[in-house]
Write a protein that binds this ligand. Structure first.
Ligand SMILES: *Cc1c(COP(=O)(O)O)cnc(C)c1O
Length: 417
């Protein structure tokens, strides 16, 4: 980054500091990852200079000789990887992709059904503070108090009673396999469009480590930057029948020009995700999450649903006598980066909830394996115990041990030297 350094040392310095921070921390934020140097290069390319409103062969600006084949490659790779009939790779991010689904299939005020936010759903599935909850009429399903798993009986009863036009499945803090066939059956029975939001698990689906919604949900939305390990962006996959409505909603319905540098980087990430090593990566993510969950459970941590089937672990700290926010802040100081999170039926407030959310996508990219998970659980436990005892000395010790461990695991796209 010598040119950035020369032109804007302030920003260059902060970017360098961020790179080092990412290198030295155990990054357990479930929605984050480390992209490959190839994805970084595509993201930082001259494609950022181009405007290309419209779709390949149907653009509103000239000069698309290279952008058209780039977008066509991204679309073809997305369709191939997920076995989908149609793919739109233009949504700026996950939230706009989801908004495009509303625009494609609903009118303002129509009913939309989704998993409630404090139960693991996403804001854009009809939560009250989101445009999707203000402009549409939300119906919310929950998880069962006894199992921590989505209550499929409630989903069916609510859908039959409320007749939503759109049903979302998927979420942002769901540690268990989503039963796409069961959701599809309910959508068929009630005449709703089923949209699967696989933002978190897209990489697991691509790598065969989670069942695919394709063939069950007519519409599938996903970010490209979480377990899929691409640039910040999103895609909408759909049946051929829903393709025209989806495309029209993304452009001209919601967006202007697509971010062509992102499109190129999505194409690169999709190529990487189609390689056999990526399937192995996806399975390692799950193995690591299971090992981390088991090690935490052994140390007496309560896990929502008792464990995990995917990349994500949700801890309920209530029994430890510590709230989520102070625990997350202490862990960050100690070199373990994660987020405080509500747990189902959380008695505490959303800004200071009872839980912590962890994901293993990023540490698996770094090369950490199951054998390291008990050590990570021990570090988490030591810091959380420190919060309970108001002992902050443990934080510096853990941070130093983590720096020492991670020095042996290279970070894609950056080296400390
Ligand atoms: C992350 C996420 C989104 C939103 O993605 P952004 O790119 O942050 O807008 C949507 N749905 C789910 C389930 C997510 O986890």
């Amino acid at each position: 980054m010598s040119r950035l350094q020369a032109e804007d040392p302030q920003i260059a310095g902060l970017v360098q500091d961020e790179a080092r921070r990412q290198f030295e921390k155990i990054r357990l934020i479930a929605s984050e990852n480390y992209v490959s140097p190839a994805v970084l290069e595509a993201t930082g390319s001259v494609l950022t200079n181009k405007y290309s409103e419209g779709y390949a062969g149907r653009r509103y600006y000239e000069g698309q000789q290279n952008v058209d084949p780039i977008e066509l490659l991204a679309v073809e790779r997305a369709r191939d990887l997920f076995g989908a009939e149609h793919a739109n790779v233009q949504p700026y991010s996950g939230s706009p992709a989801n908004l495009a689904v509303y625009l494609a299939f609903l009118d303002p005020g129509d009913k939309v059904m989704g998993l409630s936010l404090p139960m693991g759903g996403h804001l854009t599935h009809g939560w009250s503070v989101s445009a999707t909850g203000k402009w549409f009429t939300p119906v919310r399903y929950e998880v069962r108090a006894d199992t921590g798993r989505i209550d499929m009986d409630q989903v069916r009863d609510l859908a039959l009673k409320e007749r939503p036009k759109l049903i979302w499945c998927g979420g942002t803090a769901v540690p268990r396999t989503i039963d796409f066939p069961a959701f599809a059956e309910i959508a068929r029975e009630t005449g709703a469009v089923l949209a699967a939001d696989i933002a978190h698990i897209a990489g697991l689906v691509a790598g065969g480590a989670h069942p695919s919604p394709v063939g069950h949900a007519e519409v599938v939305t996903t970010t490209t930057h979480k377990t899929l390990r691409g640039p910040r962006g999103a895609m909408i996959l759909s049946t051929a029948e829903r393709a025209a409505a989806v495309d029209k909603a993304v452009f001209p319905g919601l967006q202007g020009g697509p971010h062509d540098h992102t499109t190129a980087a999505i194409a690169v990430a999709l190529k990487e995700a189609a390689a056999p090593e990526f399937a192995a990566y996806a399975h390692r993510i799950v193995a690591n999450a299971r090992a981390l969950a088991a090690a935490l459970a052994e140390r007496g941590y309560d896990l929502v649903s008792g464990g995990t089937d995917n990349h994500l672990v949700l801890i309920d700290l209530t029994s430890k006598g510590v709230a989520g926010k102070p625990a997350a802040q202490a862990l960050d100081r100690a070199g373990v980066e994660l987020n405080y999170n509500a747990v189902p039926f959380d008695p505490r407030k959303p800004f200071d909830p009872s839980g912590l959310r962890l994901g293993t996508a990023a540490i698996t990219t770094r090369g950490l394996g199951e054998e390291q998970m008990p050590r990570i659980a021990a570090w988490i436990d030591a810091v959380v115990a420190g919060v309970a005892k108001e002992d902050r000395a443990v934080e510096a010790r853990v941070a130093a041990e983590i720096r020492e461990l991670l020095a042996g695991y290279p970070m894609p796209g950056w080296s400390a030297a």
